[in-house]
Design a protein around this ligand. Structure first.
Ligand code: C5P
Length: 223
């Protein structure tokens, strides 16, 4: 029997929306469900890879045969991905990473001011994980995602270049059945110097398989 297409490869997948602490009981996050990343992890395992899934807390079942690592914040995600990057063959950054975090996470639960005054939380930028790792790339194939509500292709094309990824998966999250929380997705695949490919609306698992088949075809072409 022929070897599975990803056998022998270490695949690192990130999933979910990061949580940036405001105080011990509150955080800032986003609407990411983690489903797309979990589907990529499952599909990669089924294609023979050794898979590590780094995710924020979700209620999703851990795909069979996948090593799970749980993180909360963008900073923790960066640490977890960086620690594994040199031994990774394929990194799929499906996590929705918060762009900002509170400058200070309060040590105690923040109380309502007695005078009902507005409360201001100062935010600072989080590290961009893909941009941080780009200079450390040797043989890794890196996949990024872009969730957009407008100018999908223009924004995705810019991210393909600025984040130095090999494949950028763009989804228009303003459309019904696409992106956050649902079980289906429709994406456009962008690669440097190649025509973009639009996938049909299908299950996230089917989209995950299409993404990974595209990666495998690219890897074969590289060798
Ligand atoms: O810039 P934007 O958040 O739209 O980029 C999305 C892609 O970049 C995703 O693959 C996401 O996981 C990754 N990202 C990152 N570090 C950040 C923000 C996003 O690696 N701080």
């Amino acid at each position: 029997t022929p070897a599975l297409p990803l056998s022998g490869q270490n695949v690192l997948v990130t999933a979910g929306g990061t949580r940036e602490a405001i105080d011990p009981v509150r955080y800032i996050s986003n609407r990411s469900s983690g489903k797309m990343g979990y589907a990529v992890a499952q599909a990669a395992r089924e294609m023979g890879a050794t898979v590590t899934l780094i995710s924020t807390p979700t209620h999703l079942p851990v795909p069979a045969g996948v090593q799970m690592v749980t993180v909360n914040s963008a900073a923790e995600l960066l640490t977890a991905v960086s620690a594994r990057f040199s031994t990774t063959d394929l990194l799929v950054m499906a996590a929705a990473v918060s762009d900002y975090r509170p400058v200070n996470a309060a040590d105690e639960k923040i109380k309502k001011p007695a005078n009902h005054a507005n409360l201001t939380i100062e935010l600072t930028e989080t590290p961009d994980i893909l941009k941080t790792l780009a200079p450390q790339k040797t043989t890794q194939y890196v996949v990024g995602f872009a969730a957009e509500t407008q100018h999908l292709l223009a924004n995705a094309q810019r991210k393909l270049t600025s984040k130095k990824v090999d494949l950028l998966v763009a989804n228009d999250v303003s459309k019904a059945g696409v992106g956050f929380n649902g079980d289906t997705n429709q994406v456009t695949l962008l690669r440097p110097g190649q025509d973009s490919v639009k996938t049909p609306l299908q299950s996230k698992l089917a989209v995950a398989r299409t993404i990974l088949e595209t990666v495998v075809a690219d890897q074969a072409w590289r060798h």
